[in-house]
Design a protein around this ligand. Structure first.
Ligand code: FAD
Length: 337
């Protein structure tokens, strides 16, 4: 493999039902940083059926080029044709870096494509930067929690290209869109020969999701095991209602069946960065903190003054949440009315 042939930062621009997924914009945002350090540009790879019109939106969020693979076989996500499409783009255009979102689709697609093009992939990265590895400059340094989150590992891929990484939604920042920006659009179709390896989709059943997503909330009132029961979460909901926020939780709460997994914050939950994050009865395990430490202001309420959550909190209240939370809600009600 001649590494010199590989140039440019590519991102997989995930779309579902011909609507771009926010991770596509977040990856372009990060891609721009990396491309600047490497003095190159960012190419979004858009795969689907009748998706060409989405190229302008990718341009507005910063893509310099958009490679469109458009084919009826790509209407709904299926592993085989999508892996063929992305692996073919990599073989044809030889990117130096290929970023994929760690969504359900990206987690399926990324590793399969990396195996096809015989390179490595670092999954679930939280930090990506360009730096030196073993004396060689301009390497992609990919950082992620390892060994169950007990350590942080930085991984490089010095001998093969592209350097591939998946990134969790919400970790990287998208850029402010520039209205009317245009990208160079390149249409490419490697050809699809459906065979018995292709899964046949008989019916698509959409998951009934709560309309609101904790990743969009400006204020989150998050509860942990210390809240004590599903019923006690009503106390947190009252506080969230007064502030116009949403309730989220730690994994211990999901494991106890008090809240559904779609409101779990942390390494195996969602990454959030609200303006205000209440951590109530949450100890502050590294896997939880990984999902909320970027919040603008963190207020922790815990009866244990040595709880690690106080290390990341801007404000800390030591005491019994059963007393503090209702008192806080009443005080805010009086203040805000
Ligand atoms: P605890 O650690 O039990 O803390 C409860 C806290 O409540 C304590 O600090 C206690 O002092 C306080 N408390 C109790 N009663 C009161 C009271 N009356 N008033 C005030 N304070 C009180 N965790 C996540 O949250 N998100 C993840 O995504 C996640 N992913 C993980 C991935 C892996 C691979 C592993 C190994 C673990 C993961 N965890 C995750 C689990 C994590 O390690 C912790 O076990 C979990 O975060 C603990 O949840 P907690 O803080 O609610 O509970």
């Amino acid at each position: 493999m001649n590494l010199e042939e590989y140039k440019g930062v590519f991102v997989f621009a995930q779309q579902v039902d011909n609507e771009l997924t926010p991770i596509a914009f977040e990856l372009i945002g990060k891609g721009k940083d990396l491309a600047k350090d490497l003095n190159t540009d960012v190419t979004a790879v858009l795969i689907g059926s009748d998706v060409k019109s989405l190229a302008d939106e990718l341009a507005e969020y910063g893509a310099d080029k958009v490679i469109v693979v458009d084919d009826p076989e790509l209407k709904d996500y299926r592993t085989e044709p999508y892996a063929h499409a992305l692996a073919s783009v990599i073989k044809e255009y030889k990117p130096e870096i290929m970023l994929v979102g760690a969504t359900a689709i990206g987690r399926d697609l990324g590793p399969r494509v990396s195996a096809r093009v015989k390179t490595g992939l670092t999954a679930d990265c939280t930090v990506l930067e360009i730096g030196e590895f073993k004396g060689v400059a301009n390497q992609l340094l990919m950082t992620r929690p390892a060994f169950g989150g007990n350590t942080i590992a930085t991984i490089a891929c010095p001998n093969t290209r592209p350097q591939m990484a998946t990134v969790r939604p919400g970790v990287m920042q998208k850029l402010e869109p520039v209205k009317g920006a245009k990208a160079e659009v390149i249409e490419y179709n490697p050809g699809f020969t459906p065979d018995n390896k292709y899964v046949e989709i008989l019916k698509v059943v959409k998951e009934a999701k709560s309309a609101e997503n904790i990743m969009d909330a400006k204020i989150l009132v998050s509860g942990g095991r210390g809240v004590g029961s599903a019923e006690n979460f009503k106390m947190l909901q009252d506080l969230a209602d007064v502030l116009g926020g949403m309730v989220s939780c730690s994994r211990a709460v999901v494991e106890n069946g008090w809240k559904p997994v779609d409101v779990q914050v942390g390494q195996t939950g969602k990454t959030v960065r609200p303006n205000l994050y209440f951590a109530i009865g949450i100890s502050g395990a590294i896997q939880h903190v990984a999902g909320m430490e970027e919040s603008d202001i963190i207020i922790a309420i815990n009866k244990d003054e040595d709880a690690p959550i106080f290390d990341v909190a801007d404000y800390g209240i030591v005491g019994d949440l059963n007393k503090i939370v209702p008192a806080l809600t009443e005080a805010l009600k009086a203040e805000l009315n």
